[in-house]
Design a protein around this ligand. Structure first.
Ligand SMILES: Cc1cc2nc3c(=O)[nH]c(=O)nc-3n(C[C@H](O)[C@H](O)[C@H](O)COP(=O)(O)O)c2cc1C
Length: 333
């Protein structure tokens, strides 16, 4: 019997997969990740120099963003014919090493290609969505998608929508009273459209972070807020780095599945940055049992043509390093 030669992907495949990974959503498009490549492995590393100190003091959003990049990476690899066997937080002595992915050849299926295609079409759509509800069957499908990552999804009912709506108005006022938050928001958002990171002005003009508060105040208390779509809360039983990484993977999986179904979507963590709102969601939407990690808006997109280009990303070369490169792994810790 002959032996089966181990195959490793060539550098073009790795670069193409990382090119898809960096399309992942991230807080303020900060892209707080790096990829360290060895023979047949890719390590996902956190880049703590890109953590948003005022918006995300405990680094939860950084981990969720990196989790989304991990899922995008695995999706890209699957479409390119590689199974990504993943070890999360593999080394307690190297906390910036968030995941090690080992690659095994595997034929790509139609579902892999469809999911990778959704990466190229997804973007955060902050516009008002059509006033059509998202069918329960769709919500069930998105719930099933997230459960593969150990993450629960609960849609908010009309009451919770309204609780959240007024809480967001308060949160926004509270956050804007903090000069370091305002500075960070100004530094990272409403930026020139030719920059490789941050949120471009073309996207912020459409209601970045804040909802349209006049619409929120005017809506009758028994109906979901017009244009907001369905709000899904993602919750985990633990609230540690592994849970946040998993929540990021589930966020990516839900967003890509929603894109595949033709839905518009936008991740939101602004409401969760205020402890009182986090506690309210835990009690009123997650039965007091789970920790809220993410809110995702989903809905049917407006029929008008797409008004803004995708936000940009840093080039792959800026986030790629090799196992034998010199240099510290724990950037900015
Ligand atoms: C952890 C996390 C939190 C986010 N929070 C918000 C938010 O509160 N409000 C918002 O409008 N967008 C939010 N976003 C979306 C990002 O701004 C968006 O992903 C980024 O600007 C890149 O744009 P894209 O998603 O269109 O590719 C969040 C994304 C992530 C991953």
């Amino acid at each position: 019997m002959g032996t089966v030669a181990a195959r490793v992907p060539d550098q073009d495949v790795i670069r193409a997969a990382i090119g898809m990974a960096v399309r992942a959503p991230s807080i303020h498009n900060s892209q707080p990740w790096r990829f360290r490549v060895g023979a047949g492995t890719v390590h996902l590393l956190a880049d703590h120099t890109r953590r948003l100190g005022a918006t995300d003091p405990d680094g939860k959003d950084l981990l969720i963003s990196c989790g989304a990049a991990l899922h995008h990476l695995r999706t890209g690899l699957a479409a390119l014919g590689w199974l990504a066997v993943t070890d999360r937080l593999p080394d307690p002595d190297r906390p910036s090493r968030l995941a090690t992915v080992e690659l095994w050849p595997r034929r790509a299926g139609g579902a892999d290609l469809a999911l990778a295609d959704a990466i190229t079409r997804r973007h955060s759509d902050r516009r008002a969505y059509q006033p059509l509800s998202v069918d329960d069957l769709v919500v069930r499908e998105l719930t099933r998608t997230a459960s593969a990552f150990g993450v629960a999804v609960r849609p908010m009912n009309a009451d919770a929508h309204h609780h959240l709506a007024s809480a967001i108005i308060e949160a926004d006022a509270h956050q804007r009273a903090d000069p370091s938050y305002v500075y960070e928001l100004a530094r990272w958002t409403g930026r020139r459209t030719d920059l490789d990171d941050g949120v471009p002005s073309t996207a912020t003009q459409l209601g970045f972070r804040q909802f349209d508060t006049s619409a929120l105040r005017a809506a009758p208390a028994t109906t979901p807020v017009a244009g907001m779509g369905t709000l899904l809360v993602l919750g985990t039983s633990d609230d540690d780095p592994l849970a946040q990484l998993r929540a990021g993977e589930a966020t990516s999986a839900v967003l890509l599945a929603a894109t595949g179904l033709g839905l518009a979507s936008c991740p939101l963590t602004q409401p969760l940055e205020v402890p009182a709102i986090r506690a309210m969601l835990r009690t009123s939407v997650l039965d007091g049992l789970l920790n809220p990690q993410m809110v995702i808006r989903v809905g049917w997109p407006p029929t008008r043509p797409h008004p803004f280009p995708s936000s940009r990303r840093r080039p792959v070369a800026d986030v790629l390093e090799h196992d034998d490169d010199e240099g510290a792994e724990n950037l900015g810790e």
